[in-house]
Design a protein around this ligand. Structure first.
Ligand SMILES: CC(C)(COP(=O)(O)OP(=O)(O)OC[C@H]1O[C@@H](n2cnc3c(N)ncnc32)[C@H](O)[C@@H]1OP(=O)(O)O)[C@@H](O)C(=O)NCCC(=O)NCCS
Length: 230
């Protein structure tokens, strides 16, 4: 789930229609909202035959959605990296460069092989992940000219967000993701970010272990994505 930049707005809940994928509409609180504000937002939700879900919410943001009948859909760990340099970066043999338009088919294949249908991104989803913050770095790992992994790291003010990371299943445990993350961390350092955040499903044990191995530490609270039972 993308870490959205929380822009302040008079309307407390931003409603985003998703053109494809398993969820049709996403509700994103842009500030602390009340249960009546959520109820009012629900009257503005366009008709959809797909799920209506929230963005990943902290425990303190969840109450007004629970009061309106939302139910838990996914539980996520939130992890944070303080941007301190790694001591043991090994050369994985992959090269990291900026992603290009022509990389999209390979990136979509890697994404489809890496995520289940709820989390998988299509071309619009990749574009959305790149637009989720004012600035971003789209990194692609290649081995012998073939795209083997990709990452999207965003930043807003002085906080960096690891929005997306995937390595082709045939190329895992070779250090490719570590190199992609290092590339994002050094970009965040260059732009004087204070820390980087990432979230990952509680059920994704491999990703959690990976993030700990590259220096992220779990925050004390988890995030939850809620679904509105229609
Ligand atoms: C998570 C993911 C990106 C890791 O990619 P990778 O290129 O295999 O990771 P690396 O080879 O750089 O791993 C570095 C270290 O992280 C840890 N690690 C990586 N994958 C792990 C796993 N599945 N289980 C336990 N530890 C793991 C190990 O300590 C590893 O070092 P080692 O191989 O020397 O033991 C990859 O498994 C993937 O694409 N998964 C599906 C998509 C996904 O879950 N993305 C993140 C979701 S937010």
């Amino acid at each position: 789930m993308l870490l959205e930049q929380r822009l302040r707005s008079r309307r407390g809940v931003r409603i985003v229609e998703r053109p494809s994928g398993p969820f049709g509409v996403q509700l994103i609180p842009t500030r602390r909202v009340t249960a009546p504000e959520v109820r009012h937002a629900l009257t503005r939700v366009p008709p959809t035959d797909r799920a209506v879900v929230t963005s990943a919410l902290t425990p303190s943001e969840s109450g007004p959605f629970l009061e309106n009948g939302f139910v838990e859909r996914e539980r996520l760990h939130l992890l944070r990296h303080d941007l301190s340099p790694a001591s043991d970066v090994r050369d994985a043999g992959a090269s990291i460069r900026r992603g290009r338009r022509s990389d999209l088919p390979a990136v979509l294949d890697i994404d489809a092989a890496s995520f289940d249908s709820f989390w998988r991104l299509d071309a619009a989803g990749i574009a959305g992940a790149r637009r989720a913050t004012p600035r971003h770095r789209y990194g692609v790992a290649t081995t012998d000219g073939v795209v083997t992994g990709y990452s999207i790291v965003g930043r807003a003010d002085t906080v960096a967000f690891l929005q997306r990371l995937a390595v082709h299943p045939d190329q895992r445990r070779m250090g490719t993701a570590r190199e992609l993350v290092e590339d994002g961390l050094s970009w965040a350092r260059q732009h004087e970010c204070r820390y980087m955040l990432v979230n990952t499903q509680v059920s994704n044990r491999g990703a959690f272990d990976f993030y700990e191995a590259v220096g992220f530490r779990a925050e004390p609270h988890q995030l939850t994505v809620y679904e509105w039972p229609t």
